[in-house]
Design a protein around this ligand. Structure first.
Ligand SMILES: Cc1cc2nc3c(=O)[nH]c(=O)nc-3n(C[C@H](O)[C@H](O)[C@H](O)COP(=O)(O)OP(=O)(O)OC[C@H]3O[C@@H](n4cnc5c(N)ncnc54)[C@H](O)[C@@H]3O)c2cc1C
Length: 454
């Protein structure tokens, strides 16, 4: 047990937050979680593909044990940020000993292409939140056409392909990548799920086209061809006539849109592979040749970005929250999770960032967990007085929570406690049984709050 017990504010309730909560709570500290969504889980609840029931149920059970601890306090339906339910500044003044930011990567990364503003151009995260039942995305219309192009070639891209094959049942879905088959980022398990929809003839034609470019940098096209065809006969799911194709070595340049704002195609510059650099990363360069992939819908699955409206200082490149810079000499082992105030040029000693909020779109739940656990070493070191600035005594947990309640009452913020979350889950389970389906989710915020009489 820690010598001193402190009250820590935890922003967000995704895997990074909950694994960090587990470490801090087990060390004897009180953790107060403030979460934007009604339910906890973050992308484990609203990102992981809906039919991965076993994984989702396992995570839910694990998180439940953390959230049921006496020294963990959950405030759902509370957004932190400037102009939201509560600001980071207000949280700091309430008497928390430390604040841990675990809000994931909620910003949208666009390529800045002409035509991106067309109605049928989507970002994967929004679509993923939509089909996983997260308000307000679940309440929004996503007009998907019949010929979908997905930009990116990682697991999120394959989740979108999966959705297009099994649920939207579109005519064609084409994944487009700037690099070649050997640089694909997806894993076998995800690929196997969609392999049944693969257009084998088109894959051979595409491999024939890119093979000389692969050979030119010493890659083995035959090996990649075999890997990509491996699961065609043992694919797990094929519930429609959707045809799935992959187009390699094409860099998106522009979305072609007609006078009525309808998407007509994705214009790409063909690329070629360049020998790997010192880090081993294969490069690409443009060839000047262009090609239009005909489609009526474009989905970008190119990773997410941090959301600056949270109110934390940003790094010089503005693509991450600012953490203590490498050149900071005053502390021999540079803290990697501690936020840094570039204006004052000093660390924000009591504020830490973990998980996808620290490094956007970085890996699976296991990686978010490892990051959170490692971050906790620093947080515990701070709470244990090992940094030049020690935590102030802070307020007693009951008073901090009363302060929060006062702010939320004054703003008509409707707080959902963990008890209420469990009530909601019971209602959803009953509804699933009544409908004879494995899972049911209320997808409207109003309905959720109405059912909870809030
Ligand atoms: C489409 C997709 C599919 C995936 N599939 C898998 C898979 O199959 N297996 C696997 O292991 N991993 C999968 N992952 C990766 C996994 O989901 C992430 O590694 C993990 O969820 C990151 O955890 P996090 O806590 O950092 O962020 P998140 O999970 O994004 O959690 C962020 C939390 O912060 C809250 N929040 C956001 N903004 C605010 C705010 N302003 N105020 C208060 N709270 C806020 C959110 O409500 C949420 O609870 C997938 C990811 C995606 C995008």
């Amino acid at each position: 047990m820690a010598e001193e017990k402190y009250t820590v504010a935890m922003i967000g309730a995704g895997p990074a937050s909950l694994y960090a909560t587990e470490v801090l709570a087990k060390a004897g500290h009180e953790v107060v979680i403030l979460n934007r969504d009604v339910k906890p889980g973050g992308l484990a609840e609203f990102g992981i593909y809906p039919t991965k029931y076993k994984m989702k149920t396992g995570l839910r059970r694990y998180f439940q044990r953390i959230l049921e601890r006496d020294n963990v306090h959950y405030f759902g339906n509370i957004t932190v940020g400037d102009g939201a339910d509560i600001s980071l500044e207000e949280i700091r003044t309430l008497g928390f000993a430390a604040t841990v930011v675990a809000v994931g990567a909620q910003g949208t990364k666009w390529l800045g292409l002409e035509g991106e503003e067309a109605e049928a151009v989507f970002h994967a995260k929004d679509l993923v939140y939509h089909y996983n039942g997260l308000p307000p995305f679940s309440e929004r219309e996503f007009p998907i056409g019949q010929h979908v192009t997905v930009v990116g070639l990682g697991n999120v891209c394959l989740d979108i392909v999966h959705w297009m094959v099994c649920e939207e049942k579109v005519e064609t879905v084409t994944a487009v990548a700037r690099r070649g088959p050997a640089e694909r980022k997806f894993t076998r398990k995800e690929y196997r799920l969609v392999s049944g929809a693969l257009d084998v003839e088109a894959l051979h034609a595409e491999m024939d086209r890119v093979a000389p470019m692969m050979e030119a940098i010493g890659q083995d096209p035959q090996q990649e061809r075999e890997a990509l065809l491996r699961y065609v006969d043992q694919a797990l799911e094929k519930e429609s006539d959707t045809v799935f194709r992959m187009r390699f070595l094409r860099s998106p340049e522009r979305i072609e849109v007609d006078g009525q704002g309808r998407v007509k195609g994705l214009v790409c510059e063909k690329t070629k592979l360049v020998e790997p650099d010192e880090s081993g990363r294969v490069g690409i360069e443009g060839t000047g040749d262009r090609e239009t992939i005909s489609c009526d819908t474009v989905v970008f699955a190119i990773g997410d970005a941090i959301e600056p409206s949270l109110g934390l200082p940003l790094s010089p490149r503005r693509d991450t929250f600012a953490t203590v810079p490498q050149r900071w000499e005053e502390y021999p082992e540079r803290p990697r999770y501690m936020v840094y105030d570039p204006q004052r040029q000093e660390p924000m000693w009591d504020t830490f960032v973990v998980g996808w909020a620290r490094k956007a779109s970085d890996g699976l739940v296991g990686k978010a967990r490892a990051d959170a656990v490692q971050g906790c070493e620093e947080i515990l070191a701070y709470l244990g007085g090992e940094f030049p600035r020690a935590p102030e005594d802070g307020e007693e947990t009951g008073r901090v929570m009363a302060g929060l309640r006062e702010i939320f009452d004054g703003r008509d913020s409707r707080v959902v406690t963990y008890e209420k979350v469990q009530r909601l889950q019971q209602l959803e389970e009953t509804e699933a049984q009544r409908r004879g389906v494995p899972e049911f989710k209320f997808v409207s915020q109003d309905e959720m709050l109405r059912r909870l009489e809030l």
